[in-house]
Structure formats: structure tokens, C-alpha cells
Ligand binder design. Structure first.
Ligand code: SAM
Length: 271
């Protein structure tokens, strides 16, 4: 690590001015990057899939922790900088130039990689939903993802809060998400308008007899009209009203007051 040139120098030498279109907000603080790299646990010898390495700040920290990193980066300007980093950690870094939304990385790993990413908001959320919708237990070991704080709050939200909704149910019904650390906007170059947070998600055993598609149909209806009573919002979902009754859930309640376990129980009855 100590032999590596400062990230700002790498950026200047490779002309990596931050692109707004690619959602580029870079992290330079080595201590912060090392803390993020510790979130998944001991990475010595572990496989990591990093999405959006950019100039490689977080990648450095992951490599220094002993990880074998496969990194997917869309911006071709970053590839030579990442190649230099690969030379400094022989055999530890594989870089793939491409759009992470269009690449299926599963074939790249024998075991289950930890996924680590600091991505633009829309790309990060789309990938999170696809990773949470994978076959269970999933092909990945854990997710360590930077989000804007508001999205992080929606992922870990409890019932009876404004942040609680479909994303909370999807994130919590067969995983344990937590906010690992808040990250101040001033940590980024250039600083974004909003605060961020690193979210850590570990998959758990899926509840028996529940199909994701059914659970999603139910929560889409329930939260699609979140201020309405359930008897109104879910009546288009066949069997949902009967399921609520069978589970002893008052259909005068609103979606935001229904726990993840209750949604799961109703979805199980719908088959
Ligand atoms: N990881 C670096 C850091 O922490 O300093 C860069 C973070 S920057 C917020 C997001 C990175 O994701 C950029 O390098 C950008 O080019 C890359 N990126 C954006 N969309 C992408 C996509 N669809 N697939 C792969 N990389 C993408």
C-alpha cells in the first residue's frame, strides 16, 4: 500500500475528471476506505466482486485486506489506473470493462463472493433488487453497498415509519440488513448533495413455502396505496383478503403497520 501513488496523483495522471453522467464521486480517505473494506469481515484470501472501482480507492483497501478482487467498471478511462493497481498486487485483481447491469458475474466465481460497491444511486438500487431477487441461498456471500442515506434508511426500515415499504420487505424477509456506517458527503470528491451510508446485508434461510413473486405482488399492491386500508389496497390480489383474515390481521390496518413476518405469512397462504 505504502508504495502506491496517492489517488489524487493517479486521477491527475490518467485524466479521470469525475463524470456526472457516470455518477462519479470518488473516495480518497485511506482510513475510511479501510473501514469500509472491513465491513464484510476478514477478506484474507476471500473472493470479492467490486462494482464501479473507478480510480481504485476502495479496490486498494480490499486488495490490502488480502481479497481476490474481480472489478467491473464501465468507464474505460479508469482501466489503465486499475491495471497499475493490479501490478502492485500480483494475481489479486481482475478488471472487467463493462456495464454491471448487463453482465452476469456468477460464472466468474467458484464460491460465493462478497459484493462491495460504491455506485451511483440508480445503478446501486437496480443491482440490489436483482441481487435480492436471486435464487436462495444466493450466489453471493454478503453485500456491502454505499447508498444515499435515504435509501439506506428504506432498506433497514421498521414498520410504522415513513421509510418502511417494499424495499424494506424485500431486504428483510430473508436477509439481515444493517447500516454499517454513515458517510458524510464531504468524504467524496466532488461532494454529492446528500449524505450516504454503507449498508451491510447478509442472507439468511428463506421462510418455507413463500414465493418471491407472490410476496412482491402483495407488497406492490399494499404499498401502492400505503395510506389506504389493506381491505382496499390488496383487494386486487386473489386470496389476499382471505389470507389476512386467516392470519388474524385486521384488514383496516395500513401497509406501513404490517410487519415483514405478517406479509410473509399472508404470501405463504397465497401459494
Ligand atoms: N469506487 C470508487 C470510489 O469509491 O471512489 C468510485 C465510486 S463512483 C461513486 C461510481 C463508479 O461506478 C464510477 O467509477 C463509475 O464509472 C462506475 N459505474 C457507474 N455506472 C456503472 C455501471 N453500470 N457498471 C459499472 N460501473 C459503473
Amino acid at each position: 500500500m505504502t508504495d502506491l501513488p496517492p489517488l489524487r496523483e493517479v486521477i491527475a495522471r490518467h485524466g479521470l475528471t469525475a463524470s456526472k453522467a457516470l455518477g462519479q464521486n470518488f473516495l480518497f480517505d485511506a482510513q475510511l476506505l479501510a473501514r469500509i473494506a472491513r465491513v464484510p469481515g476478514d477478506l484474507d484470501g476471500a473472493d470479492v466482486l467490486e462494482i464501479g472501482p473507478g480510480p481504485g480507492g476502495l479496490t486498494r483497501a480490499l486488495l490490502a485486506a488480502g481479497a481476490r478482487v474481480t472489478a467491473i467498471e464501465r468507464d474505460h478511462r479508469c482501466i489503465p489506473a486499475l491495471a497499475e493497481l493490479g501490478d502492485a498486487f500480483p494475481g489479486q485483481l481482475t478488471t472487467i470493462e463493462g456495464d454491471a447491469l448487463a453482465i452476469d458475474p456468477r460464472a466468474l466465481f467458484d464460491g460465493k463472493p462478497h459484493i462491495v460497491a460504491n455506485l451511483p444511486y440508480n445503478v446501486g438500487t437496480a443491482l440490489l433488487v436483482s441481487w435480492l431477487s436471486a435464487e436462495w441461498l444466493p450466489w453471493w456471500g454478503s453485500l456491502t453497498l454505499m447508498f444515499q442515506r435515504e435509501v439506506a434508511d428504506r432498506i433497514v426500515a421498521a414498520p410504522d415509519t415513513d421509510a418502511y415499504g417494499r424495499l424494506a420487505v424485500l431486504s428483510q424477509w430473508r436477509s439481515t440488513p444493517r447500516i454499517a456506517m454513515p458517510v458524510h458527503r464531504s468524504a467524496f470528491t466532488p461532494p454529492p448533495k446528500v449524505m450516504s451510508a454503507v449498508v451491510h446485508i447478509v442472507p439468511t434461510a428463506a421462510p418455507e413455502g413463500v414465493r418471491l413473486a407472490t410476496l412482491e405482488r402483495l407488497t406492490a399492491a399494499a404499498f401502492g396505496q400505503r395510506r389506504k386500508m389493506l381491505r382496499q389496497s390488496v383487494r386486487g390480489v386473489p386470496g389476499a383478503l382471505e389470507g389476512l383474515e386467516a392470519e388474524g390481521i385486521d384488514s383496516a390496518r395500513r401497509a406501513e403497520r404490517v410487519s415483514v413476518a405478517e406479509f410473509v405469512a399472508v404470501a405463504r397462504r397465497l401459494g
